[in-house]
Structures are given as structure tokens and as C-alpha cells.
Design a protein around this ligand. Sequence first.
Ligand SMILES: Cc1cc2nc3c(=O)[nH]c(=O)nc-3n(C[C@H](O)[C@H](O)[C@H](O)COP(=O)(O)O)c2cc1C
Length: 190
Amino acid sequence: MSSPQRGPRGIVPTGVERDFGPEEIIVSKTDRRGVITYANEVFVRVAGYPEDRILGSPHNLIRHPDMPRAVFQLMWDVIGSGSELFAYVVNLAADGGHYWVLAHVTPTRATDGRIVGFHSNRRWVPPATRRTVADLYRGIRAAEAAVAGTKDAVAAGTAALAVELERRGTGYDELVWSLAAADERAGATR
Ligand SMILES: Cc1cc2nc3c(=O)[nH]c(=O)nc-3n(C[C@H](O)[C@H](O)[C@H](O)COP(=O)(O)O)c2cc1C
């Protein structure tokens, strides 16, 4: 995946894929607004930023321009309401490379039940699944890029995602789970 667009920090995607081990997990924790409060060693290595640059940064530090706005909107809607979400995400590393993850994002609650932050565990994604999701996201991004303004872009992307799910006769969670389950069955080697 290469894109002429820049990430939020002005980094130009190079199209070079970065990888990490199928047995590794990339972990981060954030406050309620998505500011990073913890990143594990694998996160630091794969994202390619010094740890002190990561901690305290909003999580869009590693936002890749190929990621649909609609997917992040869905993520925030779901986790903000107290539920968990699985999402395929392509991230932008400090050197302009990118890496695919399957993120499991969950709310963190205080003992009184209030949401005090969020937690994301990310697993490796087999190359065939990266291509499948990249195709899906390309169509959604095109729908978002065709309209001006962030709010309208989110709406256009959300509508495009709904059309795509309808066409496949599935829902968002079902699609993600079916891709992840197929990867499990294939031994995550494709
Ligand atoms: C726990 C958690 C983990 C997140 N992980 C990522 C991530 O790995 N990559 C990413 O681009 N955004 C991630 N986000 C979403 C960002 O906060 C942000 O919504 C997204 O990058 C879109 O940024 P934008 O609104 O500037 O387009 C995460 C949010 C939370 C709460």
C-alpha cells in the first residue's frame, strides 16, 4: 500500500511494509481521549519512534492516510459506549513504512465503573488478509475523499462500509471474525 498522502505528522508513506512476529503482541494503553500512556517494547520497535515520543502523544501519531475515517469513528463509538471492538488497522511508522495489525480495543474502567481509558492488543495479520482488507478500505477511502469536510467524509465512508457489508451479506463484526477465523484455520501463514 503506498499513498501520496501524508500522515498527521507530515510523514510520507514509502509503501515499504514493516513486519513483526506472528507470536508477538503490540500493546498500548490510552487515556479517555486517546493519548498514549503505555506502549510495550514491540510497539516501540515496530512504530520506530523513541518511547518518550510515543508516551503523551495522541494515538493518531501512527495514523496511516489509507485508513478510513469511518473505521475510527466506529471504533470510538463502540469503545466509548463501553464495548470492545476488533479492527484491522494499517499503521504508519516513523520511517514512512507501514504495518498491518488486527487490533482488539477495550475500555478500561475504574472500580466505580467509569471508563478511564482504553487498551489495544494487536496481533500479526497474514499477507493475504492484509490485501483483502486493503481492497475494502481503498473503496471506503475513495468515498471519503470524494466529499469535502471531515464530518461528511465520515458519513460517506460509513455509508460505503455499510454498502460493502450489505453486498457481502455480513455485518462488521462478522466480517472481521470470519477473516480472523480463516487466518487461525490456515495457521496464520498465508
Ligand atoms: C486504545 C486505542 C488505540 C488506538 N490505536 C490506534 C492505532 O494503532 N492506529 C491509529 O491510527 N489510530 C489508533 N487509535 C485511534 C486514534 O486515536 C485516532 O482516532 C485515529 O488515528 C484517527 O485519527 P484522526 O482523527 O486524526 O484521523 C487508537 C485509539 C485508542 C483509544
